[in-house]
Design a binder for this molecule. Structure first.
Ligand code: PHE
Ligand code: ZN
Length: 877
């Protein structure tokens, strides 16, 4: 590579030298080329200390500059400097109008950043730095401007023309067959929130009146064929709007709120002001084509993007190091929303599972970074689990420390004080400090220090004095660039269970209290305790740490059945299963026959028999920890032993409890027409889990049961779980037949076909890689479509460990090839595909060598995007 990309640093932040008060854009859309005219009202930033009068605009190398003028005077080639990523003008006045005419080529845009075509419609993606692929601009979030946008296009092919804000004028040129619409967005915004859509779109709409009585029109746009799949998103939007009024006192502020579904999208969805653009996978839903999990995902993502209107748009980020300011807070907000709409404990279990599996792994790998990173080469690489999920945990800890009332006061102060501003995570914490009178100086380390803290706990009890003591110690492993860590401020929510399993009443008069660990080790004393208690630590997962408190299996079973905290009851079951599976792995590796501890069987039986429990929670408790989580817990990942032991445990549990599984399976049969409501979702989740155990027995009888469910299902949840059970079973003919049938039924439903790809990519049996390669040639596959790449390639590399990590290195070779190819088409996708290779240090020496050599091969493959270069070079460092 000619020049290696350079990192940029938070410490180098400087306010912009110029501001853009008004932005006027005119798009003349054409597939081959689109012309963008911009008129920018600019002035020198009074807060800037820069001494020169030079202006430097961002502009991607793909921009073709056709005309540039200042205050009406056209500039010649000698009047400006065009570099790869910038356009510099040496002398500009204090205040001036900059006009620019730029040509871009949406059809050639495979990176899906800036303006591109998705299935024949134009759309944009500007976060984080995509606007500079549209025109020359100050493309940074602290430059906020009022936008007026005219979109002009062929009237027949692009009848719908959208941009941010409200439509204020429209017209047409009948002779040329073109028409135009002008949109005005009164709220100043950074360029990353700009959006434009043009296409032949259908929509549904619904009026909404806000708490204060303003009338708003809600519209959701999609291709006509998907018009019947928009109602759930609309219901979710209305719920989210109501919830934000009630819980945060936040109302919507424009006259229209639009969502557009597009098929080609790098991420889940984007919160552009008044014009959200969504990946179809996060907005379309119908019972026939969408699983329960996907229904809930739509609800959560619609809410997430809506909540950004305040946490992100009205108050935005000063710079991209502050990304978690909007993302961490908004994920916290959407998680609380989903908890209120569905089951709070189930939602918490799901979020913690994701955090502990994937974020902890990120924190332990070469890309580990703080919630507020100190540097980056490519910001797109920092839309991570750390910034989003751990960022949300940090906000949750503030909520825990302050309590709900003060937290709400803090968020009110934050929104009021910073409305219309671009601010920092520090500003957020300061608002929380001011309303509570608390000093969160030490707490801020959660934003600055990477890595997952370890929380070690021991205890002692003295019967004579009735004194119980808990000793808490914390430490945090080194991460790249951070050898030593200072102690964190860790809220540990705690309960004490008496011998009868009931919560003791603690000094605060309650059954739970929050211990605040701030030193590297501290002892907490409880007096007047009549018998040795069992501590229930970190209730609700009150801090994103690794808890080390060894408990014997008997105590885990005790907690599983008695802990008043639902999350910890589930967690005790997980710990028990992890312990038992660990024992099986040891037996497997010693060449001994594996034998499952009856403690696990008995505990599962008790949970299965208790019909008073929420079926959704029962399903969670009975779900064995995933291979990915077992891998995260291991020092050196033994792919095959993990798979063998987990499969064995599943089958042994099925053998021991077959009758119970079958009884509950039958008892949970659907009683009503399908609805994706919490009660039905709960029943289906447990019923399908029971079926998965039964099919693990591989008997013709239970395979037939799965086949019957597949054939008679009236919804995608039941059909798809039966499909994957049969497809992954040893019954080769049945597997081929059911996959065939599924494809024929749904060939015209892109998102369903993607599930079909995933089921095959996730097949743990031998031969999966060949199948994946074949599927890449299938008509249903398209390398340009990120959803398809994720469904097939990412699923194989991330969720099919035994095949991806095949000892011959074939999986690694395959992935490296895909990345080298994808690097040219779509750098963001290429970079995200790299994740499994970055984890090479966790494997045995032979696999380490194979993985490293593929990383080197990628590094040496030629012109790497910044995205890929950053991840590969950091992985090899
Ligand atoms: N800001 C979007 C969200 O949270 C995510 C996103 C980032 C989408 C970058 C596109 C590009 O919801
Ligand atoms: Zn977001």
């Amino acid at each position: 590579m000619a020049e290696q990309p350079q990192a940029i640093y938070l410490k180098d932040y400087q306010v912009p030298a110029y501001l853009i008060d008004e932005t006027e854009l005119h798009f003349s859309l054409g597939e081959d080329h689109t012309e963008v005219r911009s008129v920018l009202k600019m002035r020198r930033n009074p807060e800037s200390t820069a001494s020169s009068a030079a202006l430097e605009l961002h502009g991607h190398e793909s921009l073709e500059l056709c005309r540039l003028a200042i205050d009406g005077r056209e500039l010649g080639a000698g009047d400006y400097r065009r570099e790869d990523e910038t356009l510099g003008i040496d002398q500009v006045p204090e205040a001036f109008t900059l006009e620019c005419l730029t040509r871009i080529r949406p059809r050639d845009n495979t990176a899906l950043e800036g303006l591109y075509l998705s299935d024949g419609m134009y759309c944009t993606q500007c976060e984080a730095e995509g606007f500079r692929r549209i025109t020359f601009y100050l493309d940074r979030p602290d430059v906020m401007s009022v936008f007026t946008t005219t979109v002009e296009a062929d009237a027949a092919r692009y009848p719908v023309l959208l941009s941010n804000g409200n439509p204020v004028a429209r017209g047409s040129d009948e002779d040329k067959g073109r028409h135009w619409v002008t949109w005005q967005d009164p709220f100043p915004k950074p360029a990353y929130l700009f959006a434009l859509v043009a296409g032949d779109l259908a929509h549904i709409e619904r009026p909404y009146s806000t708490a204060s009585g303003r009338e708003v029109m809600l519209r959701i746009y999609a291709e006509r064929k998907d018009l019947d799949k928009l109602d759930h998103a609309m219901d979710s939007l209305v719920k989210a709007m109501r919830w934000d009024e009630e819980v945060y006192g936040r109302e919507y502020d424009l006259d229209i709120y639009m969502i557009v579904a597009v098929d080609f999208f790098n991420m889940g969805a984007m919160e552009n002001k008044g014009l959200n653009i969504f990946n179809t996978s996060c907005v379309l839903a119908s019972p026939e084509t969408t699983t329960d999990g996907a229904f809930q995902r739509v609800e959560g993502v619609v809410a997430h993007e809506y909540f950004h209107n305040w946490s992100g748009n009205r108050v935005t980020c000063r710079d991209w190091f502050q990304l978690s300011l909007k993302e961490g807070f908004t994920v916290f907000r959407d998680a609380e929303f989903s908890a209120d709409m569905n089951s709070r404990t189930v939602k918490r279990v799901e979020d913690v599972t994701l955090l502990r599996t994937a974020q902890f792994a990120e924190d332990a790998g070469p890309m580990a970074h703080p919630v507020r990173p100190a540097s980056f080469i490519e910001i797109s690489n920092f839309y991570t689990l750390t910034v989003y999920e751990k960022g949300a945990e940090v906000v949750r800890m503030i909520h825990t420390l302050l309590g709900p009332e003060l937290f709400r006061k803090g968020s009110d102060l934050y929104f009021e004080r910073h409305d219309g501003q671009a601010v920092t995570t520090d500003d957020f914490v300061r608002a929380m400090e001011e309303v509570s009178g608390r000093d969160l100086t030490q707490f801020r380390r959660w934003y600055d220090q990477a890595g997952t803290p370890r929380l070690e706990v021991s205890d002692d009890y003295d019967a004579d004095s009735g004194r119980y003591r808990l000793h808490l110690a914390q430490s945090c492993p080194a991460t790249p660039g951070q050898e030593q860590k200072l102690p964190f401020h860790i809220p540990v929510t705690l309960g004490l269970l008496g011998p009868d399993g009931r919560d003791l009443i603690l000094d605060n008069g309650d059954t739970s209290c929050v211990l605040e660990l701030t030193d590297s080790s501290q002892t907490f004393t409880f007096e007047g305790i009549a018998a040795r208690p069992v501590p229930s630590l970190l209730r609700g997962f009150s801090a994103p740490v690794k808890l080390q408190y060894p408990l014997d299996r008997q105590t885990l079973v005790f907690l599983m059945s008695h802990d008043s905290d639902g999350f910890n009851r589930w967690d005790a079951g997980q710990r028990l299963a992890i312990d038992v599976i660990g024992e099986l792995m040891a037996q497997h590796n010693a060449g001994e026959p594996m034998r499952l501890d009856a403690a696990l069987t008995d505990a599962f039986a008790a949970v299965l028999d208790d019909e008073s429990l929420d079926p959704a929670m029962v399903a969670k408790v009975l779900t064995l920890p995933s291979e990915a989580y077992l891998s995260e817990l291991a020092d050196c990942i033994d792919v095959d032993a993990i798979h063998a032991a987990r499969q064995f445990a599943k089958k042994a549990l099925a053998q021991a409890l077959a009758e119970r599984f079958e009884r509950r399976y039958r008892a949970l049969a659907p009683q009503q027409a399908y609805a994706p409501d919490a009660a039905q979702v709960a029943r289906r989740s447990l019923r399908n889990l029971c079926l998965s155990y039964l099919v693990a027995l591989e008997t013709p009888e239970y395979l037939a049961l799965a086949q019957a469910q597949y054939d008679s299902a009236d919804n995608m949840t039941d059909r798809q779980s039966a499909l994957s059970l049969i497809a992954h079973s040893g019954a080769t003919d049945a597997a081929a037949a059911v996959l065939d049938d599924f494809y024929r039924r749904y060939a015209d439903q892109t998102l369903v076909v993607n599930q079909w790809l995933s089921v095959q990519a996730g097949d743990p049996r031998p031969g999966a890689l060949d199948r994946v390669k074949e599927l890449m040639q299938h008509e249903a596959f398209d390398l340009r479509n990120p959803n398809k790449v994720r469904s097939l390639i990412s699923v194989f590399c991330n969720l099919n460990a035994v095949n991806f990590h095949a000892a011959d290195g074939s999986g690694y070779d395959f992935l490296a090839e895909r990345i080298i190819d994808m690097n040219r088409r779509n750098p963001q996708m290429a970079s995200r595909l790299l994740t499994p290779l970055t984890r090479w240090r966790k494997y045995d020496a032979a696999r380490q060598a194979l993985m490293q050599s593929q990383l080197r091969r990628i590094l040496d493959s030629g012109e790497l995007s910044k995205d890929v270069y950053e991840v590969v070079s950091k992985s090899l460092a």
